[in-house]
Each structure stands twice: as C-alpha cells, then as structure tokens.
Design a protein around this ligand. Structure first.
Ligand code: NAD
Length: 438
C-alpha cells in the first residue's frame, strides 16, 4: 500500500501546501544501496567534558571521512563524546558542542551521542549521564529532515565499532531516539570484512517466506551468510523460491511443533551462527471478545516457540560460540495496543526473555541475545490496517513515515555481526522514534 502522502510532500506544490497547513513533513530517507552505500558527507567529532575513550582510530574505520576541524559546511554525521560528562556543569558542554552545528547537519544525517554507564556510587554522574537520554530523545523529535539521533553507552570504543558503523551509515535510516548499551564483555573483536561480515556463517530466519523475514534473509545473504529460510508448509513455494534466489536452503516447518528445535538441529549438523526469531502472527480482539484459542495461538507462535527452540538449540550445541540470537518484539509489546492483549503480552515476553537470557547465554555459550522491536513497518500485515489507523501509524513518529522491512533487516544484520559481541540484552526499536511508549 504506497504512502501517497510521502510522495505528495516530495513534490514542490505538495511541500508548499502541507507546510502552509502545518502538516508533517516526511523526508525521503537515504537507505543503503550498492550505488549509495555511505552517508553523503563527512563526520564531525565533538567532545563534551574530559574523555578517556580512544575514539579516533575507531571513527576512522566507521565509514564517513572524519573532519576534525569542522571544515565542511555540512557534516553528514556528528559524534559527540560525552562519556566524561559527570555533573550539570560538564553537561553544559553538550549544549556548547551541538548548538552551533545542529542546523548544518545534512538531510538524513546522523547524530550519535556517546555516554558512559551510570555510576551507582555517584548520583551527580548518574543524573548527568541520564540527562543525555532525555537530550537525545528530545533532539530526535525536533531535528527533522530524515536525521536521526541516538545514544550509545560504552566504555571501550573498539567494542562499539560495529555499532558506530551501523549508526553512522544509511543502514540505520529508521532507527532514532534509541539508547544502546555496548557494555558486555566481548573478548577480542574478530577482524571482519565490513562488506561481507557474515561470510562463512550460517543463519536461520523463521517466517522468512515474505515480509520482514524475507528482507532479513536477503540482507544476511548480502552480508555473506548462507541462509536457511524457514516457514510453514503453506508458504513452502515462496520459501523455496527465496532460498534458491539467495543460494540458501528452505526448511518447511511449523515453528510451534514441539520438536521444532530438534528438527532444526538435525537439518544443521554443521551448526548455526545466527538465529533470527521473526515468525509472528496477530489475532486481534479486545480481551472481552477474545476466546482462549486466539490467546494461545498468538502466544504459541510469538513467544512459546521462541523459548522452546532457543532452549533446544542452545542445549544441543547447535548455536556455536560467537553465535547470535535476534528475536522480534514490537512497540505493541512496549507501549501496548488496544485489541492486542495477546500480541502485546507475547512481544513483551520477548523483552523479558532477552533481558534474562542474554548474560547467561553469553557466559555459558558465547552467544548474544538481542531483540528488534519494529514500529509501523510497511508490510502485508500493516496494509490490512484500516486507513485512518494506518495513516496515524505512519505519521506518529519523528520521521513521519512508516519503516520498510529492510530497516528491520539492517538492524538485525548489525546485531548478527561477529563484531557485535559487546551488544547483548538490548531491545532496539526500529520505529522512526514512534510517539507510542517510551
Ligand atoms: P508477515 O505476516 O508478513 O510474515 C510472517 C511470516 O511468519 C509469514 O511468512 C508466516 O507464514 C510466518 N509464520 C507464521 N506462523 C508461523 C509458524 N508457526 N511457523 C513458521 N512460520 C510462521 O509479518 P511481518 O509484518 O513480516 O512481521 C514479521 C515479524 O515482525 C513478526 O514477528 C511481527 O509480529 C513483527 N512485527 C511486525 C510489524 C509490522 O509493522 N509489520 C511491527 C512490529 C512487529
């Protein structure tokens, strides 16, 4: 279902009229493509307060050319190192650094604020570092023009390289207002070919015959992975067609089968590196009208099967050390949604699973566990939503438009990257900074 309002505001008369009426102004987002793989300008590094980060060599490898003197009129990216902000006085350095440059950031540009973990023994440091969160989210809501603003909390710049590479690229076009902790003990970051970081790795994507899952399979294959496209028997033809196109294999399986994990393990005697739990269903009804079957079918696909297969594949040792699990939550699981008590419960359950399992899976199996939480993404699922609710879903975010399946896929690919071992237990919203929920 094409976004006609987005097309209309892309024309001169459309822009004129909608501006006069004070209506939202969605910008055409710069997404990754082979002929436009990087941001259209240099990166301006800034600092607020004293910093102990060894950032320069990492920024030099993240993509955009670094312009330390700020010689370019229009930076496409700004990285503000605020890890040394310890109190309200040093917090003023954030304003001092960004106030003069924020107007000059190019359309679809990126602002990444770097923060430190909150120090439980120092409430002044905690107040100032937490302040960065409100700052980031507020700037994300006001900046416009397809620009994004995110906060990364880190202690080691090298461990955050894959995260910075993602956030400072067109791949993160629909990720804004996020706070990402890159704090897990990661071990040495493997040398990677940023062009094909998943070369030699095997990835399995559930529900991959269409929609977001198909985009995830395509993106992981682009990044070098051998992909297993899993979907229900009714979708076998589409799954096989996609697998053939990607040079991967199709696996026809209902993920709710009690032995689904064991069957996946049997298909992959060589092991698995990336497990993407994407299969999901909605069966909306308000709770008063919801029969038990609607509740249980949604909980079974979206949550119970994720728990069962994860447990089985970890127990069988199918997921190799260095492995990555990426589950799919939803903003409905964070903010709640009328008519979706079953779906919201299942997706909030994913958040609980990720937060609890992540430290143990990393310590015991060397596997990270994270989730993506899509907002309004243009798929068959959202094309079926009634017109006015669909329009509200599209506009009620800082980028004033829906995301595309590829936006979720790019975020998944970053979490699946072998260099993302320090990103663990995170729930990253791919929602254009939706106004729903925190
Ligand atoms: P979709 O309905 O287009 O695709 C879902 C796929 O999962 C289908 O191919 C389906 O056959 C498969 N599937 C369903 N039950 C299965 C089962 N038991 N075993 C194996 N495969 C099964 O949905 P989508 O919009 O691409 O959504 C993908 C994921 O993203 C879901 O988890 C969904 O809840 C989540 N999500 C989507 C949006 C959105 O805006 N589209 C927003 C938030 C979250």
């Amino acid at each position: 279902m094409p976004d006609r309002y987005l097309s209309f505001t892309g024309t001169a008369p459309g822009r004129f009229l909608t501006r006069r009426l004070g209506l939202p102004q969605p910008a055409a987002l710069h997404r990754w493509s082979p002929d436009r793989p990087a941001l259209d300008g240099p990166l301006l590094p800034l600092t607020a307060g004293p910093s102990a980060l060894d950032l320069a060599p990492v920024l030099a490898r993240t993509g955009p050319a670094v312009d330390p003197a700020g010689a370019a009129a229009r930076p496409a990216a700004v990285v503000l190192d605020a890890t040394g902000v310890r109190d309200v006085d040093t917090l003023a350095g954030v304003h001092a650094a960004l106030h003069p440059v924020v107007r000059s950031v190019a359309p679809s540009g990126r602002i990444v604020v770097l923060g430190a973990p909150l120090d439980p023994a120092d409430h002044h440091q905690s107040a100032a570092q937490q302040a960065l969160e409100g700052f980031t989210r507020s700037l994300g809501k006001e900046i416009g023009g397809g620009r994004t603003v995110n906060l990364v909390r880190l202690t080691d710049a090298g461990a955050a390289e894959s995260t910075l590479r993602f956030l400072l690229s067109p791949r993160s076009a629909y990720v804004s207002g996020q706070v990402i902790d890159v704090l897990a003990a990661a071990g040495p970051v493997p040398p990677a070919d940023p062009g094909r970081p998943l070369a030699g790795r095997t990835a399995l994507v559930t529900g991959a015959a269409r929609g977001i899952g198909a985009a995830v399979a395509e993106t992981l294959a682009r990044d070098g992975a051998r992909v297993v496209v899993l979907d229900v028997p009714q979708a076998a033809q589409d799954a096989r067609r996609l697998a053939d196109h990607l040079g991967g294999t199709a696996l026809t399986l209902d993920i709710t089968a009690a032995d689904a994990g064991e069957r996946i393990a049997a298909e992959l005697p060589g092991g698995l590196d990336v497990l993407v739990h994407n299969a999901g269903v909605t069966r909306d009804r308000r709770l008063v009208n919801m029969p038990a079957e609607r509740w249980s079918s949604v909980l079974d696909v979206n949550l119970a099967s994720v728990l069962r297969t994860t447990d089985a594949l970890l127990a069988e040792g199918t997921l190799r050390p260095g492995g990555r699990i990426v589950a799919t939550a939803s903003i409905a699981g964070l903010a709640g949604n009328a008519g979706q008590t079953n779906y919201g419960a299942s997706k909030a359950g994913i958040v609980g699973l990720v937060r609890s399992l992540a430290p143990r899976a990393l310590a015991e199996h060397g596997v990270t566990v994270n989730a993506v939480a899509p907002g309004f993404i243009e798929t068959r699922m959202t094309a079926a939503v009634p017109l006015f609710i669909r329009e509200a879903g599209r506009r009620m975010n800082s980028l004033a438009q829906g995301g595309l399946p590829v936006d979720v896929a790019e975020t998944t690919a970053w979490l699946a990257d072998p260099a993302s071992g320090a990103v663990n237990g995170q729930v990253v919203r791919v929602c254009g900074q939706s106004l729903l929920g925190a």
